[in-house]
Design a protein around this ligand. Structure first.
Ligand SMILES: Cc1cc2nc3c(=O)[nH]c(=O)nc-3n(C[C@H](O)[C@H](O)[C@H](O)COP(=O)(O)OP(=O)(O)OC[C@H]3O[C@@H](n4cnc5c(N)ncnc54)[C@H](O)[C@@H]3O)c2cc1C
Length: 500
């Protein structure tokens, strides 16, 4: 018996091979599977998912009120109409995904509780060998695949990011990160301190406020918020007119995208005007004379970070009612009963929620090898924010930050399946991005230009990410409006992709 046979005991002594291995059954993995079987129906594939169910982000986040902050007309797939209110709870998103899975017979391709723990490319065999742990059985085995379609997300799932503050060890209360919310956390009648003021805080503070004695939101610096109603008037009107849901989905998507792009363009061209408009939008929702300058006026330009949506202005209602208060300062130290900030303010709390973000995870932190040599992603340059120089037969679905992530799942699905057809027509087995002679002098820098988009989790870990160039071919420029037209027309023989 060979070593491979031993390792492969769970698959009856045979190394299973598939054309395409999709890693992850989150919104990216399920959408990619749909496009693969729809547009390249002959390809065999499996989806390996380490959790016991699908959903990814929407399965693992269980903090109070967990919901999208994008509208589901664009966060939903283009091929499956969204028929409810634009913002959706995690449960509603999972229900939508469950329908996509069952309507398209994707279930039979998913293997839950299977985690990829290593991946190795062989140039001789032109295929990947992945090590997989069956978490239910505690056994490891190997599989091979021609192509890895990486849908494992962009942040470490096991643990959120909590900075180290002085005195944390003397704090007597409970410290909780939203990513690992304890099932039995009892915050009824308690004083809660939420550290951070991004989209997560904007979601969980209103959801908890009614039950707590008081919530203080402590932020180092403010965030932009857009208050609004969780309705889409155009969708509702079209529904009244008994228009087909497929049409409503498409029309509303276009309108949301059109409006979103207009706001983004305005934010780049006239940042001060957009900033003023955002601040004017929240003023009427706050008490008379409230210090908006201190608590709600960010230092960055609108769209340098995601703008948090506040449905029905619920966060501001909490402030007006006195249940929620804002503190804008840095933590000097934790104390046994809470924290003291640098300006000397003491905030007592029974529970501290650290809504302080993620750890970025590059390709799931899976150790990759190319012909036996460890692969350092920071040594690669991205091809259009999806493939990487020197790395054959692999794509990472990395969505949009400013627009809905999922928009890119759809257009990458089109692109990758077009690439498969092109390779089949050429009779080749591998595709590897490679800088062309004319790219030799191209400046190569960070994955994301901090002047364009600079959330803390990205800035902390940019050095681990693949690099970007300054040409369209060699960056992920986070521009859906442009990419949706460019990707379908990309010349697959322009020299950026090398086939063997
Ligand atoms: C709370 C929260 C709210 C968000 N809201 C929005 C929003 O409103 N709009 C928006 O556009 N974006 C939002 N985002 C960003 C969001 O993460 C993405 O939009 C999207 O859900 C990512 O989907 P994904 O499938 O790429 O990754 P994930 O949802 O992270 O799923 C990846 C899956 O891969 C699996 N996996 C990972 N590694 C392995 C491995 N080695 N082996 C096997 N399986 C593996 C994981 O278990 C997981 O199920 C939000 C993020 C968070 C955390």
């Amino acid at each position: 018996m060979t070593q491979a046979d031993t390792i492969n005991a769970p698959t009856a002594g045979k190394t299973e091979h598939v054309d395409v291995l999709i890693v992850g059954a989150g919104i990216s993995g399920i959408g990619s599977a749909y496009h693969l079987q729809d547009q390249a129906p002959g390809k065999s594939f499996v989806i390996l998912e380490k959790y016991e169910t699908f959903g990814g982000t929407w399965h693992m986040h269980t903090y109070p009120g967990v919901r999208s902050d994008s509208d589901l007309y664009t966060f939903g797939y283009r091929f499956k109409p969204w028929t409810s209110a634009p913002l959706a709870s995690a449960e509603e998103i999972k229900k939508y995904m469950a329908e996509v899975i069952s309507e398209n017979n994707i279930d039979k391709h998913i293997r839950y509780r299977h985690e990829i723990t290593a991946a190795s490319w062989s140039s001789r065999d032109k295929r990947w060998t992945v090590t997989v742990t069956n978490l239910a059985k505690g056994e490891s085995f190997q599989m091979t695949a021609n192509f890895l379609w990486m849908c494992q997300g962009y942040y470490k799932h096991s643990q959120g990011y909590t900075p180290e503050w002085p005195g944390m060890d003397q704090y007597k209360g409970q410290i909780v990160h939203p990513q690992t919310w304890p099932k039995d956390l009892d915050y009824k009648g308690k004083k809660v301190l939420v550290i951070g003021s991004g989209a997560t805080a904007a979601t969980l503070v209103p959801a908890m406020a009614a039950d707590c004695e008081h919530i203080t939101v402590l932020q180092r610096s403010p965030t932009y918020f857009i208050p609004g109603r969780n309705v889409n008037d155009l969708a509702d009107t079209l529904r009244q007119l008994e228009i087909d849901e497929e049409w409503i989905h498409e029309i509303v998507r276009r309108k949301v995208l059109f409006d979103g792009q207009a706001v983004t363009d305005m934010a780049f061209q006239y940042p001060d005007m957009v900033k003023d408009a955002l601040l004017d939008g929240i003023k009427p929702l706050l008490p008379e004379g409230y210090d908006i300058g201190k608590h709600f006026t960010p230092k960055y330009r609108p769209w340098q970070q995601r703008i948090a949506f506040v449905p029905e202005g619920d966060l501001f209602a909490g402030i007006t009612s006195g249940k929620v208060s804002m503190a804008t300062d840095e933590i000097e130290t934790f104390t046994p009963t809470g924290v003291r900030t640098k300006d000397g303010t003491v905030i007592d709390a029974d529970i501290v929620v650290t809504a302080t973000g993620f750890h970025l995870s590059v390709l799931g932190d899976i150790p990759f090898e190319l012909d036996g040599k460890p692969l350092n992603w920071a040594d690669t340059v991205t091809y259009r924010g999806m493939m990487f120089t020197g790395v054959p037969n692999l794509a990472w679905v990395f969505g949009y930050f400013r627009a809905s992530w999922t928009l890119r799942v759809d257009i990458m699905g089109d692109f990758i399946t077009r690439l498969f057809k092109h390779m089949d027509a050429k009779g080749v087995h591998s595709v590897t991005p490679q800088l062309r002679p004319e790219d030799a002098d191209m400046p190569v820098g960070a994955w994301m230009d901090p002047d364009n988009f600079n959330p803390n989790y990205l800035m902390r870990s940019q050095h681990l990410m693949p690099k970007s160039g300054d040409k369209q071919e060699w960056k992920h420029d986070q521009n859906y409006t442009l990419e949706k037209n460019v990707l379908p027309t990309v010349d697959l023989e322009d020299g950026c992709l090398v086939y063997e």
